[in-house]
Design a protein around this ligand. Structure first.
Ligand code: FA5
Length: 351
């Protein structure tokens, strides 16, 4: 464009283009280049300021100015990127030519992680239940007193509260003591009939030993339908245990009391750590308490908004941490969440 026809801003664009291209090629390291970039394209940069001039121009000049200044911005961005790449490459070459650099030293390989055995067993249990038509739900660990106790037929005066003391928050909420706290949540969230499991971490204020932790995992199962039976319940338990333990195990069923089921049962399995002969995990009894269950109490159905005249349910609360111990023959529950990486490393994919 000849100088007599060139618009007044063209000279400014040309001048800035020249200045910036010199500054970019003169930047010797990444820090200097970043300073050039900011001085040109930052909020108060020279090119940013130039581009803002579009607002002061006549309508018919704006298109030409926009295209010229936009073109300059594109070229500057490209040059900045190319220069950055060149500086990086020069840095690598300089390192390689350093006489103290020994390319024969083996590199550091990164370790392959392991899925924690708790997560592995949980995922497998989820697959088993999903194959039987269950939904998998996830509920909060910080719960209301209502969901954890009252809705489950455990009012504040009930002695069953003493069996599950926990950590209370100043807000009056608590760390859930069992996954059963999700039962009324599920009844309100899903339309009956439904079947669902909700696995997760639970907390209790309790002295620890080989089979008791203050923080452990459970997996709750809940089935609501017009007619359910203990037979359905036991069959689901059997399907789960044979899938996870991959061997025939002896189980026993005995009556168990939980205010939120009627009737209630305890399903124990023969201790897989000592094969029933007696050890610290089973407290020398040969049996491990694993799976309390029962038919949902009418008061709980009511708390979940269901009419016990029309709906029935069964529920179980699997001690997932103990199931993991039985699967792998782990003789102390405290190893599971102890945080020692060597423990997790012992469980290879596929075990
Ligand atoms: C309950 O938590 C009931 N919510 C279970 C239930 C659900 C009953 C639905 C009926 C219907 P319990 O406190 O027994 O029950 O715990 C259930 C299982 O969690 C136990 O069988 C045991 O396997 C495991 N468990 C209990 N306390 C601990 C602990 N401190 N450490 C590790 N596992 C535990």
């Amino acid at each position: 464009m000849s100088s007599d026809t060139a618009p007044s801003w063209q000279a400014d664009i040309d001048r800035l283009s020249e200045q910036l291209s010199e500054a970019i090629s003169g930047a010797d390291d990444l820090e200097a280049l970043r300073a050039v970039e900011l001085a040109a394209l930052g909020r108060k940069g020279s090119l940013t300021a130039l581009m803002k001039r579009i607002g002061t121009l006549d309508k018919d000049e704006r298109k030409a100015f926009g295209s010229a200044s936009g073109g300059l911005r594109g070229r500057v961005t490209k040059s900045l990127n190319e220069r950055r790449e060149t500086i990086r490459r020069q840095g690598v070459l300089a390192e390689l030519s350093d006489s103290s650099f020994d390319e024969t030293v083996p590199g550091r390989s990164s370790e392959l992680g392991h899925v924690h055995p708790l997560n592995r067993v949980q995922m497998e249990a989820e697959d088993v239940f999903v194959s039987m038509g269950f939904e998998v739900l996830d509920y909060p660990e910080v719960e209301s007193e209502f969901n954890n106790f009252e809705a489950l037929n455990i009012p504040s005066w009930h002695p069953a509260r003493d069996m599950q003391d926990t950590f209370w928050l100043e807000s009056g909420q608590l760390l859930r003591t069992h996954t059963s706290a999700g039962q009324v949540r599920a009844m309100h969230a899903l339309k009956a009939p439904f079947r669902a499991i909700f696995p997760g971490k639970v907390y209790r204020y309790e002295a620890t030993d080989a089979s008791h932790e203050h923080t452990f995992h459970q997996l709750e199962g809940l089935m609501i339908d017009r007619h359910v039976s203990v037979g359905h319940l036991l069959d689901s338990m059997r399907t789960l245990l044979s899938a996870i333990l991959r061997r025939e195990v002896t189980v026993r069923l005995r009556p168990g009391y939980f205010p939120f089921v009627e009737p209630g049962f305890e399903l124990d399995i023969s201790c897989q750590v000592c094969e029933g002969t007696g050890c610290s995990v089973c407290k020398q009894s040969g049996w491990v308490e694993l799976l309390p269950c029962g038919l949902v109490h009418p008061n709980v159905l009511r708390a979940g908004g269901l009419d016990p005249e029309h709906w029935q349910g069964w529920a179980f609360g699997l001690g997932l941490s103990r199931l993991v111990m039985m699967r792998y023959g782990i003789d102390d529950i405290r190893l599971l969440l102890g945080g020692d990486a060597r423990f997790v490393e012992g469980f290879h994919p596929g075990t």
